[in-house]
Write a protein that binds this ligand. Structure first.
Ligand code: FES
Length: 146
């Protein structure tokens, strides 16, 4: 396995950061992958437009766990606008790469963050689509390659 995965992937897979739930989360996003059946749930606590806390629960493969772990580190303390700019490509680069058949796992992380931010707006009666954009369907995520 190690031959296929970078040290960073192995590090975040074996020692994932920010795992768990946030009790007083004000945004929760859940994204599933149609084909592999893996599920990622992202909890955010937004304060004054900044991601004050973020945690995740991933029932999925090692790459999904590693991408969610590093993605939480990348958006912690960032503004919502900055968090929305996080692409799955940036996540893969931060992990020093993923095998091509595992790229779709990183899309789960990007989309779970967007879903959590969309939920944050929805809870305030604001239509999230003009801000967050359209979330990808589980089938679209499965088909995703860089
Ligand atoms: Fe399902 Fe990675 S194989 S998310």
């Amino acid at each position: 396995m190690a031959a296929f995965y970078s040290e960073k992937v192995m590090d975040h897979f074996t020692n994932p950061r920010n795992v768990g739930e946030i009790e007083n989360a004000n945004g929760i996003g859940e994204i599933g992958n149609a084909k592999c059946g893996d599920i990622m749930k992202m909890y955010i606590r937004v304060e004054n437009g900044v991601i004050a806390d973020v945690k995740f629960k991933t029932f999925g493969c090692g790459s999904a766990i590693a991408t969610s772990s590093i993605a939480t580190e990348m958006i912690m303390g960032k503004t919502i606008e900055e968090a929305l700019q996080l692409s799955n490509k940036a996540v893969v680069e931060a992990l020093d790469g993923l095998p091509s058949h595992k790229i779709h796992c990183s899309v789960l992380a990007e989309q779970a963050i967007k879903a959590a931010i969309a939920d944050y707006y929805q809870r305030q009666g604001i239509d999230p689509e003009p801000i967050v954009g359209k979330l990808q369907s589980a089938e679209e995520i499965e088909a995703c390659h860089l």
